[in-house]
Design a protein around this ligand. Sequence first.
Ligand code: SER
Length: 883
Amino acid sequence: MTVDEIRRAYLEFFEARDHAVLPSDSLVPENDPSLLFTGAGMNQFKDYFLGLRKDLRRATTSQKCLRTGDLENVGVTSFHHTFFEMLGNFSFADYFKREAIAWAWEFLVDVLGLPADRLSVTVYEEDDEAFGIWREEIGLPEGRITRLGAKSNFWPSNAPADGPNGPCGPCSEIFFDTGAPKCDDPGCNEDCDCGKYVEVWNLVFTQFDRRDGGELVPLPGANVDTGMGFERVVAVVKGTSSAYETELFRPIIDVVSELSGVAYDRADPAHRRLRRIADHARAAVFCICDGVRPGNEGRGYVLRRILRRAIRDGILLGLEETFLHRLVPPVLDIMGDAYPEIREGRQNVEILVRNEEERFRATYEQGMARLEKAVAKLAEEGETVLPGRVAFEMYDTYGFPLDLAKVILEERGLDVDEAGFEVEMERRRAESRDASQMGADIFSRGPLAEVSREHGDTEFDGYGEDVVEGRTIALLADDEILEEAAAGREVVLVTDRSPFYAEAGGQVGDAGRIEALDGSFAMEVTRTLKTEGLHLHQGRIESGTARAGLEVRLSVDSARRRATERNHTATHLLHRALRSRLGESVEQSGSLVAPDRLTFDFTHHEGLGEDDLREVEREVNRVIREDRAVVTAIRDLEEARASGAMALFGEKYGDRVRVVSVGDYSTELCGGTHVGRTGEIGTFRIVRERSVAAGIRRIEALTGEGAVERSLTDRRALGDAAKLLRVKEDELPTRIGELLAELKERRKAATRPAAATPAVDPASLLEAAEEHGGVRIVAASVPGAGVPQLRALCDGIRARTEASAICVLDPEGKAVQVVVAGGTAALEAGFDSGRAIRAVTGVLGGGGGGKPAMAQGKGRDASRVEEALEVFRAEARKLLGDG
Ligand code: SER
């Protein structure tokens, strides 16, 4: 069986037993800030377990999961992964232990063909029912059924004692015996982590509602939640010692091997790096495709750490160039059939990964510098051991692994306090476990969840109406439900229906007013958000007192909304036009649709030329003039995709999607609000195009009134400029060019020293000069003169007498500047400036040259100026001969 076949066999097995096959939920849990990442198949079914939703009795999924609590073990052991798939079957108050156990057994033994005698199970110590089913109905010998406590066999682990409150239950786990001998621990059994027994499947019997104090109240319907680790099952079925050796990972590992020349060899510790890179590449691709971006907190930080660990491993394998983005294609090849959503936006993923690697490689170099500093400090203090805290900071901040730090330090006879490093590392592990584990909040959400449970979702009327009447259902401030709120108070008001668009898909939320029909309060809404299916109107109570249960009129600020709609439809047109002009490889990677402007980010390898920008602007304006109808329709996701609707990368869509079409020009999946016809946009102007990250460009544009206002402002500026310069507007560039050239010339002239007034006067130099055969030999140092002034001095002397051989120099500045000149009479007598300068600059350690009448040069050695002048005199005398 191929890995795709194993996955499919599982889903089909349960489909044949009346389970609805549902798609995996996003890796990023929606509306659940308490949970960083989806860590189990059951997450998306919380409401069913709680009995809040009843439209489904049986479901099965293969769920994308991410757990980072055991990050350090990934690659080291055979069975730890960050990203993994969990196959699950779920019963919501339908079948229970008997069916769950029998089907699990049937699937493993009959479908996957695993040898029954290598399977064993654990049950919760008090769960006689599960024990009985395994013993009597499946016929497992007693010796292969181990009873364990609530730590191992309750889900969530230890829930009776430690919580969380909410649905929980005993579980039964199925293990595969790898055939390895038992470890040294005399108590070695399924619970031991020596690797002999591999847990493949966890069957949770969610039958209790835990209450405060640990009381377990039976749930009205008993549920089943199972989770089978796909990677483990694959390894077991394929008879390999881990999934890394199967087609689930090997193609990724092979690319790294090829690039680095390091073969995957389990005898070589380097194979762990290859595994880790492969694991992390999968995790990164899936995170990014579900909308996570590398950052410094929360999910973004987890992604960044994962990326950095992989890059670091690559560096240690000797990969000098960015490489991680090259693993995106094999990940897509292996996983794309099961999770088609990852195939979209491939270019975006590659760009993001490469950018992160470029940035990290730079940080890594800083880390090296930091290490050098730390080493210098050690030397200064006469120490030989780098403190664990510093080593950990290097690791945590710069991604600098301990082993690399050790190698570098060892070369210099230094050591690292590894124990201290471990202490810090353990602290960080505990933090990340807390952050990524299924926390106590799985089943308890904030007050808004209560409101939506009681009243259902807010009904949105804003696609058609700006004003509707509704009823207030809750009032909140700082996440607390309020009884009432008086004038002046900032609140969040929730109503049963609303025309206010809530911030989503780049479109800003609406502003407006809410007033009680009985006049008891009025509120100004400045922002609208959405969570738990509720529209949250944020703003200030202007007058009266607001409370729940009041009839209200909700009025959207129509002018603001219309302006936003113009920008939103224009964004779709811009997207289409960019693709027409630059090619279909252009992918949207972000957008902001506000009343006063729009910005659109997209992938493109270079800046847009003036021609591209004008052409795109022209095309959008053409479609605006064609006044095409903008039509929205609700369709099946697959059907919409098949018809070529553009979907956004990293965006989550349900089964039914809203499709916005502009004639046959553009079709996009979009929940935003739009103009009725393109003509309403009026006009479209691009005001700026720039880079926002490597490979990602941003266009800022205006429409409607904003564009008109901008044109008027531009025209006024042009008109004023033309008037000031007394030219026609279209002559402005030429005139400004001329003026700039003139200005430059004048500036240059202003800084040029006035040739007429040298600081040292030629007359006094002549006076001090010796005479040789009727020619004055002037040799002088003029500190600070600069070349122009030196030349001016020569001119000044020659103006007084052409019977002069001159050498003036300026020893200040970076080099000694030398000018040598000869008047016509001196030249006739044999003087040659070119020859003289070589003698002079030779002494000064430099060079120079020129014509007999004038030569210039420089030298480095200012300490030999006097000597140089002496050499000039001698050389001049020589050239002039005996006179
Ligand atoms: N929720 C259980 C687990 O995560 C079984 O799916 O192991």
